[in-house]
Design a protein around this ligand. Structure first.
Ligand code: C2E
Ligand code: MG
Ligand code: MG
Length: 662
């Protein structure tokens, strides 16, 4: 009974199912009413009696009018979208109620007509009744409750009436009607189940489709944006550049590309860990975004690389000028210190700019050119801005050639080491030797170390080169008694997290005493990485290795500052020595620096001493050691060996002479 009641009740729990039912109705119900009107008219025609106008004409006309009215109303409801869920549920309920009312009205009217009809009219009536019932149920099939109610109401009323009239002569018809009703109920039920499943699976499909769309949107976002900063990544930027190329609206002259690379970011990552590096990148990116002008795309194209594509309606020169203003602003923003975990982190930026000055360069080419200009800015001392020019392209090609040749040169043993003596200022004896790298067997011609070392620094090839120099010099100079070996170390080598370990390993492998090794570093490294430098100096000092600051006087470091780092030696740059004359400003300056360094327990080595006069001034100023062409140019090991022996002999003589004089 409960199951039967459930079949007859309207289920309004599933809004989507209701909508689907409603949509299917909009097409079927007008048809249903059409059939009903036809059948009513057919019954009217076959059983019309002028004596009973109310029953055989007025009543069917009223039924037909109501049916037509409803048919027209349904025809107007083109789509369920215009109704809310509540309105649709109301419409379906109304349909169910109206289905029962109309069926009852029609049945009562038909029975009323049936009573006084002759045999011919009755058989017609029975035929049309059956037709109406089947077609109504058929049209209402998607709304199970309505279809079942119509079938039940019409069947019960006629079955009761047929089994009651004429002494039960119509009982077989009543039974057939009941059987048809059961059959229709079964078909309606199974159709309805299929319909509901269809709607449900369509919904599941739709949800899956939405999920897939969401996932693919998410994938797109991940593929085209940088997860750390949310900025467009290289792929997205390239796509944007291609769009700009395809876009006819913008002339090719209106683009400028600014390429930014952070200086010193790698060190921060190595020293403070990736989390600190990430925090720094986020902070820089936030400031860059704030400063990014309108109609510009800021993208993160690498670990510490950013690109700004400026779109302007200006000339190429105008676009370049604007890019320069943006770049200057960006340099300031990048240099703002960031505090992460109580550490003050600071980086600078190297920036390259390319605008379409020749009017023929596609956007991707501008990106390449800006990248190259940035690379040039980096080699010019960092924290700089460089504009692209054709010359850079040529220089770049040359650098690429040299870069490729360095690797091959190392494996073909094209490099050599020469030694330049450093003498004790008082005795003239060689007390140390500076190892200097040479590339004499380069097939394309000899290159000065300054030239290829700069390139090796940028490419990272300085690591194998530097270790080669250290190992070979340690091996070659080990037999030289107490001679100090001075080896140049590039900032890039010093930055390497395992540099200290590598140095200790070489000392162990070659058996070179750490106390005889001195590492020379330049002040640019100290200023860029004070914390890391301090730690490294401490580690080396703890092992007995001494450190010298090379090229002192070319930067801004004060002697006090160097002392705080634990440097034991300062190498005064040759640019300070070259102008020395008795009593001039340069000699006063150098003398003052030597006095101060000595007071702070640091030894001073003067580089580039070429004349006896310079040596004399330096000796008077009590400079500790001297280095320069006056005492010997950088020379091959065999020559150095001879030089060393001679110098030790001479030093012995001068010491003996001094003792005799005393
Ligand atoms: P540096 O460390 O300041 O080396 C001293 C430079 O001054 C050498 O140039 C030397 O030949 C030159 N010099 C010495 N005495 C005089 C002089 O009286 N007058 C003049 N005009 N010059 C003098 P070099 O060998 O061309 O090296 C240039 C720079 O290349 C070095 O400057 C150093 O920074 C770098 N370098 C050389 N070898 C190595 C190396 O093995 N590793 C690293 N990282 N850098 C190296
Ligand atoms: Mg040096
Ligand atoms: Mg030097």
């Amino acid at each position: 009974m409960r199951a039967l009641l459930k079949l007859l009740t309207l289920d309004v729990s599933d809004a989507e199912l209701m909508r689907a039912q409603f949509n299917s109705f909009c097409g079927h119900i007008p048809l249903l009413y059409g059939i009903l009107v036809c059948n009513t008219l057919a019954i009217t025609v076959t059983s019309f009696d002028p004596q009973q106008i109310g029953k055989t004409l007025v009543s069917p006309m009223l039924i037909s009018a109501v049916a037509l009215g409803r048919a027209i109303w349904w025809l107007r409801q083109a789509d369920a979208q215009q109704f809310s869920d509540a309105e649709i549920s109301g419409q379906l309920k109304r349909t169910c109620i109206l289905a029962v009312v109309m069926t009852l009205t029609f049945s009562v009217w038909a029975i009323w007509v049936y009573q006084d009809a002759d045999g011919y009219a009755r058989s017609n009536l029975t035929f049309f009744l059956a037709l109406s019932q089947v077609s109504t149920v058929f049209c209402l099939m998607t709304l199970r409750a309505a279809a079942m109610l119509v079938a039940l109401v019409s069947t019960i009323s006629f079955a009761l009436y047929f089994s009651w009239i004429d002494g039960g002569i119509m009982l077989p018809q009543a039974l057939v009607l009941c059987c048809v009703c059961v059959g229709m109920a079964v078909v309606t039920h199974s159709f309805n189940r299929t319909f509901s499943e269809l709607v449900r699976s369509r919904r599941t499909l739709h949800l899956r489709q939405l999920e897939t769309e969401k996932l693919s949107e998410e994938n797109r976002r991940i593929a085209f944006s940088d997860p750390l900063t949310g900025l467009p990544n290289r792929r997205e930027l390239l796509q944007r550049l291609d769009q700009l190329e395809a876009c006819a609206r913008l002339g090719p002259n209106s683009l400028a590309v600014v390429f930014i690379d952070l200086d010193g970011f790698k060190e921060i990552n190595d020293e403070h860990g990736h989390q600190a590096g990430d925090a720094l990148i986020r902070s820089v990116c936030q400031r860059l975004s704030q400063q990014c002008p309108e109609h510009a795309t800021l993208a993160r194209v690498g670990g510490d690389e950013f690109t700004i594509v400026l779109e302007t309606h200006d000339t190429a020169q105008g676009a370049q000028a604007r890019a320069l203003i943006v770049a200057l602003r960006m340099l300031e923003e990048i240099a703002v210190p960031v505090v992460v975990d109580k550490h003050v982190l600071q980086v600078s930026g190297s920036i390259g700019i390319a605008a379409n000055l020749d009017g023929t360069s596609p956007p991707r080419e501008l990106l390449r050119r800006a990248d190259m200009a940035m690379y040039h800015a980096k080699t010019q001392g960092k924290g700089q801005i460089a504009l692209y020019s054709d010359e850079l392209d040529k220089g770049r090609l040359r650098r690429l050639d040299i870069e490729a040749q360095i690797g091959g040169g190392l494996s073909r043993e094209e490099f050599d080491i020469v030694y330049q003596p450093i003498v004790d200022a008082a005795t003239g004896a060689i007390v140390s030797a500076e190892a200097l790298l040479r590339w004499p067997r380069r097939s394309q011609g000899v290159l000065a170390p300054d030239e290829f070392i700069d390139i090796a620094e940028v490419t990272g090839q300085i690591h194998p080169l530097g270790l080669y120099v250290l190992e070979r010099a340690c091996m070659e100079l080990r037999p030289f008694d107490d001679l100090i070996l001075s080896v140049n170390v590039s900032p890039a080598q010093f930055r390497h997290p395992s540099f200290e370990k590598q140095v200790f390993a070489i000392l162990e492998a070659t058996g070179f005493p750490p106390a005889r090794l001195q590492l020379e570093i330049t002040e640019s490294y100290l200023l860029a990485n004070p914390e890391r430098a301090l730690n490294a100096v401490k580690t080396f000092k703890a092992q007995g290795i001494s450190l010298a600051l090379d090229d002192f006087g070319t930067g801004f470091t004060s002697i006090h500052y160097l002392r705080s780092y634990g440097f034991s030696n300062i190498k005064m740059d040759k640019s300070l020595i070259v102008g020395l004359e008795p009593g001039n400003k340069a000699s006063l300056l150098v003398t003052g620096a030597i006095t101060l360094a000595s007071a702070l327990d640091m030894e001073v080595i003067a580089e580039g001493v070429e004349t006896e006069m310079q040596a004399e001034i330096l000796r008077k100023a009590e400079c500790h050691k001297l280095q320069g062409f006056l005492f010997g140019r950088p020379m091959a090991l065999s020559d150095f060996r001879q030089h060393f022996r001679d110098s030790r002999g001479l030093a012995g003589q001068s010491l003996a002479a001094a003792a005799a004089q005393a």
